[in-house]
Design a protein around this ligand. Structure first.
Ligand code: S3P
Length: 437
């Protein structure tokens, strides 16, 4: 797949359903595996990251059947995963090390489950994942009595010795759905109530799915309380389209003149759609149509039309709801009129790559004036980006953002190191081309 050469071809027009949500796919496999009996997950994301989670549970003795032809069908939702859940205590010792690949969600959420098991397991990952901070889950899980060893400074591999856990009231210094989910999942194995408090509200897919599985869960603003349980009900759920994957088409639609697109059946959970609020403030023509709920998650069709954008200030509280959309937001800012300043985004330095530096360096290659801040960027918009030879740093969202940037330029841009797109969106190029027919 690598490298990919792109240049302006034509406007993006038409409708498509973005691929299934990655965060929800992970959670669906995890909770179905520890539920009692048969669950069915429709429209599961068959990409590398959620497959890491699926294979980890297969390694721990859970039967899964994948039915259907897989990703890549425009407007069809036709895969199904059948999972024979064995209950909270039904997992078996995985035997070998569990390889989480590039997936932080697999490693952090699985740690919460493993903390409650009566066996020990080791989690590792690729070089990117092995350089991501895990102390943020080690500290609370250790307070709950799990025994976790890691590399110096709290880096993977993690060796987790589970056992009887005790409930805690944990105040997290970082707003993170992965940390929150790890603690709530560990909380299922406790007697009594585990409470997790975070400085801002991170995505709430775990809470919604736990409630759907009959778990007692209470949400009070920034605090979530879960009561330990002996059983979770099996699931029949449909995964909505991934807003984060849709964001690349949203940006393409806004930036490429004469574009007009409709993104069908896309998840619009308010903890995820900060990008829409930000782009609307920048002057974008984006509308949510046909709003409804699918399996407890808000879903809509997103209408997007080419728009002239203006730079704005984007601060802390807006950042978390658009945390994964930062690379593509930088591309839209690079094409907006005037300056865009993003601050309060320090977490971006510990994602699949250091996304602040990655975007600053690569956008500069495309002729953009960028100032790098400790916790963000200042981007001076320009009417025309320059063609360039750019790279992804092995980060799927950087690769896709740069491909969209390249499609706005008349001359050819080369985007290198694009294999990583398979972690979240294997059919990205195919779907993008589908909008150019
Ligand atoms: C995710 C949470 C976020 C996000 C990541 C997926 C999840 O990470 O960036 O891509 O599925 O819970 P943090 O919890 O580290 O903010």
């Amino acid at each position: 797949m690598s490298p990919i050469k792109v240049r302006y071809r034509q406007p993006l027009r038409g409708r498509l359903a973005p691929p299934p949500d990655k965060s929800i796919s992970h959670r669906a496999v995890i909770l179905s595996s520890i539920a009692e009996g048969k669950s069915i997950i429709r429209n599961f994301l068959l990409a590398e990251d959620p497959m890491r989670t699926l294979n980890a549970f297969r390694q721990m003795g859970i039967d899964m059947e994948i039915r259907g032809p897989g990703p890549g069908n425009r407007e069809t939702r036709d895969n199904e995963i059948l999972i024979n859940g064995k209950g909270l205590r039904g997992l078996k010792d995985p035997g070998n090390i569990i390889d989480c690949g590039n997936s932080g969600t697999t490693m952090r959420l699985l740690s919460g489950i493993l903390a409650g098991q009566l066996f020990s397991a080791t989690l590792t990952g690729d070089s990117s994942l092995r350089s991501r901070p895990m102390q943020r889950i080690i500290t609370p899980l250790t307070e709950m009595d799990a025994v976790i060893t890691s590399e110096q400074g709290g880096y993977p591999p993690l060796r987790i010795k589970g056992g009887k856990l005790r409930p805690v009231k944990y105040k997290s210094p970082v707003a993170s759905a992965q940390v929150k989910s790890a603690i709530l999942l560990a909380g299922l194995y406790c007697d009594g109530i585990t409470s997790f408090n975070e400085p801002e509200k991170s995505r709430d897919h775990t809470e919604r799915m736990l409630a759907a599985g009959g778990v007692e869960i209470e949400i009070k603003s920034l605090e979530v309380c879960v009561r330990g349980t002996s059983a979770i009900n099996p699931f029949d759920l449909t995964v909505p389209g991934d807003f984060s994957s849709a964001s690349f088409f949203i940006a393409g639609g806004l930036l490429i003149p004469q574009s007009e697109i409709l993104l069908k059946d896309t998840g619009v959970n308010p903890t995820r759609t900060g990008l829409i609020d930000i782009l609307n403030m920048m002057g974008a023509d984006i509308r949510l149509e046909n709003k409804r709920e699918i399996s407890g998650e808000p879903v809509a069709d997103i209408y997007v039309k080419h728009s002239q954008l203006s730079g704005i200030n984007i601060t802390g509280d807006m950042v978390l709801k658009a945390i994964d959309e930062f690379p593509i937001l930088c591309v839209t800012a690079a094409k907006a009129q005037g300056k865009t300043k993003i601050t309060g985004a320090g977490e971006l330095r510990v994602k699949e790559s250091d996304r602040i530096t990655s975007m600053a360096v690569e956008l500069r290659k495309m002729g953009v004036n960028v100032e790098e801040l400790e916790d963000g960027l200042v981007i001076e918009g320009t009417e025309k980006l320059k063609p360039a030879d750019v790279q992804s740093y092995g980060d799927h969202r950087i690769a896709m953002a740069l491909i969209i940037a390249g499609f706005t330029v008349d001359k050819e841009t080369t985007v290198r190191d694009t294999e990583c797109i398979n972690t979240s969106f294997p059919d990205f190029i195919g779907m993008l081309e589908g909008l150019m027919r």
